[in-house]
Write a protein that binds this ligand. Structure first.
Ligand code: XMP
Length: 524
């Protein structure tokens, strides 16, 4: 965020916990803006954000290890309230002069999972929520524990495995919880975090999407000046929201390019064109390059080569169109917060490429363009909220994520126009039934897959020999992990019947019961 438009905020220092993002979510749900910075970059983030409160996350590391991470001293010197969660509590204790010992030394082991604590004293964190003597469920996940707290602290709640379940120094406004308030298994956790943000840090909780929109518009105007911006629309929610926001900021200085590669879902291209040209009157270059994409994909069956071809061709087409309109100074992208957060690794080493995801990466340098990424601070559901705030229709904003390479990665084996058409029909029936059953919003992503396998069937009195269609539906919060959506068998058989009856070329339907991991969400 630009310093002139800084909202009141809380800085979350990430020590590498799996659930740090949830802390940011909970703070924002309390109406307070928050950002995550890895511990190694926390000092710079502190100076840039000028926050009103600080939260230390958990960590897989162990405070007694000499090389485990520490919080920058400037955070303690700032005089701001601090909430330390799990490792955060321990590192705060250690840095302020208390003692933390590894679980194996205390001989008591750790506490993992559901636990109960007893409130021994009131404190600002518990305001209006927990009273002395009450017992409450929390979620623990720790091996090490605080064995002596730092000067100024007192115990305000205890659990069987953690005598220092919650400690507080009300004078300095320092709080430490051994449990994780950010996870849903601590039922009052969100309220505890809201108490920290509002009662302890004294923040109003008035951070809204309307405010974000106004702030961002000012920021985009400042960044872009009278430059030209180009934005690639994918048909998805993120690029659409980014484009509408940027258009509101700079009007006709923005040109949108919609590369229609023929691998979109039923009716999708028409929707994008009518939304942008008709509804918003945003200049839109609609390039129909189906033949170029399908021609290049002919005969190709390798998933990675398919992805690479699509990614490269997308960039070539986009670049060509950008040249035609006389180039641009900026490239707008719908990058989201989860893609931006620098992950903190304690194990080191590069991560394995499971799939090469395609975006317009590489273009900005090649064309000497700077990036405009107005959604970099937002989570997916916040982008949806911003989209609604900008007047995008609910049905568009609430759409399931759709991958850049489109249907090509939902047609294992060779992609042809005929197979794309078959898949589009099956997919549309599946989604129509999901919507009709009122399940669409409960599912992260649902789609059909067309398999390169033919099986024998019987319809009427005749033999059929046609393709198999796979159905996938998962729940997820960020696409990194996913659970299978548990449809009723009667729902699935109704969908299967409709698909086999209505889509020529499919005579068998199967449901994918694989979670992620070990499966991925898409089939290629
Ligand atoms: P996987 O299949 O890796 O997918 O479990 C995780 C999420 O990412 C989406 N996905 C993509 N999105 N370009 C995108 O923009 C891609 O190349 C791509 N591949 C997968 C997928 O739909 C799911 O939401």
């Amino acid at each position: 965020m630009d310093p002139e438009h800084l909202p009141d905020s809380i800085l979350i220092v990430d020590f590498g916990s799996q659930v740090t993002q949830l802390i940011a979510r909970r703070v924002r749900e309390a109406g307070v803006y928050s950002e995550i910075a890895p511990f190694s970059a926390a000092e710079a983030a502190f100076e840039r954000m000028r926050p009103k409160g600080i939260i230390f996350s958990g960590s897989p590391a162990s405070v007694p290890d000499d090389d485990s991470p520490r919080a920058p001293q400037c955070l303690f010197d700032s005089g701001l309230p601090i909430l330390g969660i799990c490792y955060g509590q321990q590192v705060m204790t250690h840095q302020l002069g208390g003692e933390v010992r590894p679980g194996h030394e205390t001989g008591e082991g750790g506490e993992f999972g559901r636990a109960f604590l007893t409130v021994s004293k009131s404190c600002a964190l518990f305001d209006g929520l927990w009273e002395e003597g009450e017992r409450h469920q929390v979620w623990m996940s720790h091996g090490d524990k605080v064995t002596r707290f730092a000067d100024g602290f007192e115990i305000v709640a205890t659990s069987d495995g953690a005598p220092f379940a919650v400690i507080a120094d009300e004078e300095r406004k320092y709080y430490g919880t051994q449990f994780h308030p950010e996870v849903v298994h601590t039922p009052d956790g969100a309220k505890l975090i809201a108490n920290f943000a509002r009662h302890v840090c004294g923040l109003e909780g008035d951070w809204t999407m309307a405010e974000f929109r106004a702030t961002k518009i000012a920021e985009i105007r400042e960044q872009v000046g009278d430059g030209k911006v180009i934005c690639g629309l994918s048909g998805g929610v993120d690029s659409a929201v980014a484009a509408v926001l940027i258009h509101e900021a700079i009007g006709e200085q923005l040109t949108c390019v919609f590369v229609d590669h023929g691998l979109l879902r039923q009716g999708e291209a028409e929707q994008v064109v009518s939304l942008f040209k008709g509804h918003y009157n945003i200049p839109l270059v609609h390039v129909d390059v189906e033949e170029q994409f399908l021609g290049g994909l002919a005969g190709e069956t390798d998933p990675e080569r398919k992805r690479k071809f699509i990614g490269k061709t997308f960039i070539d087409v986009f670049e060509e169109e950008a040249r035609k309109i006389g180039g641009a100074d900026f490239l707008a992208q719908g990058t989201l917060y989860p893609d931006v957060i620098e992950s903190v690794s304690f194990t080191g080493g590069p991560s394995v490429t499971i799939k090469s995801h395609h975006n317009v990466g590489g273009l900005p340098e090649r064309m000497n363009m700077k990036l405009v990424e107005p959604l970099r601070e937002l989570f997916k559901d916040e982008v949806r909220e911003l989209g609604r705030e900008l007047g995008l229709p609910d049905a568009f904003v609430g759409r399931h994520p759709f991958p850049g390479p489109g249907l090509a990665i939902r047609i294992p084996g060779e992609v042809t126009k005929e197979r794309c058409d078959i898949l589009r029909m099956a997919d549309a029936i599946y989604l129509e039934e999901i919507r009709r059953a009122g399940l669409y919003d409960a599912i992260w992503q649902a789609f059909a897959v067309l398999l390169p396998v033919k099986t024998v069937g019987v319809m009427g009195d005749g033999r059929t020999y046609d393709s198999v269609c796979g159905l996938r539906a998962v729940t997820s919060t960020d696409g990194m992990t996913a659970d299978v959506y548990p449809f009723d068998a009667s729902f699935l058989s109704a969908v299967a019947t409709r698909i086999v009856n209505e889509v020529k070329g499919i005579n068998r339907v199967v449901y994918d019961y694989t979670s992620k991991p070990p499966g991925t969400i898409e089939w290629e």
